[in-house]
Design a protein around this ligand. Structure first.
Ligand SMILES: [Zn+2]
Length: 410
């Protein structure tokens, strides 16, 4: 069984390695605080008897050599960076759990056939360079050497320069991992939503990381006096935008309450004064689902309803998709292994989708990948109040420990 005190100590120690902030954790990639976090994990890896190395983008690994050096590695881990004023578990939970699995194997004197690697990825949140999954996208090859000059932060510093200053003259290996060199990747992460807690489930087994479609809606009407233009003579962009936004939300509540989400996160009216009919309205629509067909259906509905509302309110509406990211399915065999591990441990589990992006998306490009979720209190995340009860951290780690041994025997 996982050692709760060790899990707790690692997470609390890492929580303290932060820029000064409002009660939470701020550990952004390529900063001195990030370096301090890496040095802390390195020390823990050394103490667990792992062979420690860094790659040439800033990802950190600890290796436990397998008995058969011809076999590819099994990797588990997550990210060590955070957003500003984050909680203590997002990402860190997966690194600490993977490290605890290595300690458990060592203590039991179990040598796997495959080499087991604990990974701590850099810049998953993309806070330094505005590029999410930065570390793992260099591993998969989605980002390459030229991108080091193309990517820069708000101060105009390129990734290449920033990394040089960060890494100094430490020895590093190439970040890129070739398909075939990794047998499987498993990431433990906190759910970042309320489903597991509300259904009193121990473990979530991720089916897929959702497809994300984003739209920008622009409504053009005519601004006018709030008191002098009769209701039936208006071209009120605000009223039209509100109606359309409500219809879109209602459509997803009615048709896909469990299988899709729709969020209108920005809503802007012009000119924005209390006694003026809005002449323009702009809003964003974020649509997510495990099925690309569902995202397509909602997008299609949004386009049709835009035409209907435009006619009804005598305004012009332009509604178009601005980006689309396909869903990433997790590996079926690995999901079955996690399920079997839960059953052996008498833990409850449920399949679910991940509405948030994770490093497992990049890893799925080069190897079989899977994710398990542990519950977090009230689904609160990206917030200092984020909390995974210690007993659930331990349960998740136990599942990971069993699953990794099962993968080794495959
Ligand atoms: Zn995360």
């Amino acid at each position: 069984m996982a050692n709760i005190e060790r899990l707790q100590k690692n997470i609390e120690d890492l929580k303290a390695i932060s820029e000064p902030c409002n009660g939470g954790v701020t550990r952004i990639g390529f900063t001195p605080e990030y370096r301090a976090g890496v040095e802390y994990i390195k020390k823990e890896m050394h103490e667990a008897g792992l062979q420690v190395y860094e790659d040439d983008i800033g990802n950190l690994y600890g290796r436990l050599q397998g008995s058969n050096s011809q076999l590819p590695s099994i990797i588990s881990g997550s990210h060590l960076d955070s957003v500003r004023n984050a909680g203590a578990f997002d990402g860190i939970a997966g690194v600490v759990a993977a490290l605890e699995v290595a300690r458990m194997l060592q203590e039991k004197g179990i040598q796997l056939q495959h080499t087991y690697e604990v990974a701590a990825f850099i810049e998953e949140e993309g806070t330094q360079f505005g590029r999410v999954l930065l570390g793992s996208r260099f591993i998969s090859g989605e980002l390459c050497d030229e991108d080091r000059d193309r990517i820069s932060n708000d101060s105009g510093e390129t990734l290449r320069d920033r990394w040089r200053a960060y890494a100094g003259d430490r020895p590093v290996v190439p970040a890129r991992r070739l398909p075939g060199s990794i047998k499987a990747f498993i990431e433990l992460h906190d759910e970042q939503g309320p489903l597991l807690e509300n259904t009193q489930t121990d473990i979530g087994i991720v089916d897929s990381i959702v497809a994300i479609g984003q739209m920008a809606v622009s409504v053009q009407g005519v601004a006018g006096h709030a008191g002098t233009v009769p209701m039936l003579m208006r071209q009120d962009a605000g009223a039209a935008g509100n109606l359309l936004a409500t219809r879109l939300t209602q459509y997803v509540i009615e048709h896909y309450p469990e299988t899709a989400t729709l969020t209108i996160g920005k809503f802007h009216l012009e000119p924005g004064s209390a006694n003026t009919i809005p002449g323009a309205c702009r809003f964003t629509v974020d649509i997510r689902s495990g099925s690309a067909a569902v995202v397509d259906d909602i997008t299609g509905y949004a386009e049709r309803e835009s035409r209907a509302v435009a006619k009804q309110y005598s305004v012009c509406i332009d509604a178009g998709q601005t980006s689309f990211k396909p869903a990433v399915a997790m590996n079926g065999r690995l999901k079955d292994i996690i399920k079997a591990a839960c059953e052996e441990l008498n833990l409850t589990y449920r399949p679910m989708n991940s509405g948030a992006g994770h490093d497992a998306m990049s890893m799925a490009d080069i190897c079989h990948s899977a994710m398990l979720f542990v519950p977090c209190v009230k689904g609160i995340t990206h917030n200092p109040a984020e909390c995974v009860p210690w007993e659930f951290m331990a349960k998740g780690t136990d599942v990971l420990y069993k699953a990794i041994q099962k993968i080794d025997r495959l």
